[in-house]
Design a protein around this ligand. Structure first.
Ligand SMILES: Nc1ncnc2c1ncn2[C@@H]1O[C@H](COP(=O)(O)OP(=O)(O)OP(=O)(O)O)[C@@H](O)[C@H]1O
Ligand SMILES: [Mg+2]
Length: 216
């Protein structure tokens, strides 16, 4: 096991459209420009098994019913695979890992959103993650109307939507509030970031925290 303070593992969390992928690209570019080794992954996905599961989980079709319990295990299966196939080998080489969603998504979506017990989810996450947790998690916090506006904008640009975006407003409010609870519970690790600001402002905030926590 890596020594905790050497774990250069950062997760990005938050609702759909909050700007996770945008900010990961920014941080990745900045670290690469310093000559740092970086592995960027996304959840679900980033392994052959994970990408198959991602397609299943994103698909929105009446023929493909996914029960909440099945959904939980599909996300966990993708995580178990990426931890063993990508994250552990990269950490062993002292690479940075930037993850577009990770274990906190399960706590927010399956816990807050779907109502599974947080204690149960933490145990399941432990199995999936082999006990690994991000050193730092950024929760990009955005109100539902603002997130919906960004998703609509992106849909106009790419024409793509997905299954989870069809959930109710109440579902997303529960997810958002679960993320807030996580930040209060683990304030050192989980940092709530006001994502309503410009891409540059959010990126500057994130960089300040990263350089402080990791001593850059
Ligand atoms: N700070 C920002 N201000 C305005 N628009 C933004 C900002 N950050 C991202 N966007 C835009 O909002 C849309 C969603 O951003 P992005 O894809 O990074 O979100 P995401 O959190 O990765 O969403 P998803 O969970 O659906 O993958 C994109 O069109 C992006 O260009
Ligand atoms: Mg994204």
């Amino acid at each position: 096991m890596m020594r905790e303070e050497l774990l250069r593992f950062i997760a990005f969390e938050g609702s759909e459209g909050a700007g996770k992928s945008t900010q990961i690209r920014r941080l990745e570019t900045r670290l690469l420009s310093l000559g740092e080794p970086v592995l960027t992954i996304r959840e679900p996905g980033s392994t052959p098994l994970g990408e198959c599961l991602r397609r299943l989980l994103k698909e929105s079709s009446p023929e493909l019913a996914i029960a909440p319990e099945s959904e939980l295990f599909l996300f966990l299966a993708s995580r178990a695979q990426v931890v063993r196939q990508a994250v552990q080998p990269a950490l062993a080489k002292n690479s940075w890992i930037l993850s577009d969603r990770f274990s906190d998504s399960t706590l927010a979506y399956q816990g807050g959103g779907r109502g599974f017990s947080p204690a149960l989810l933490r145990s399941l996450n432990d199995i999936a993650c082999a006990g690994l947790s991000p050193k730092l998690t950024f929760v990009l916090d955005l109100s539902l109307p603002e997130a919906l506006a960004r998703i609509a904008q992106r849909k106009r640009e790419s024409g793509q939507g997905d299954r989870i975006e069809e959930e109710t407003a109440e579902f997303f409010e529960r997810v958002r509030s679960a993320y807030g609870d996580l930040a209060r519970l683990e304030p050192e690790r989980v940092r709530l970031i006001d994502a309503s600001r410009s891409v540059d402002e959010v990126a500057a905030d994130i960089w300040e925290i990263v350089s402080c926590v990791f001593g850059l």
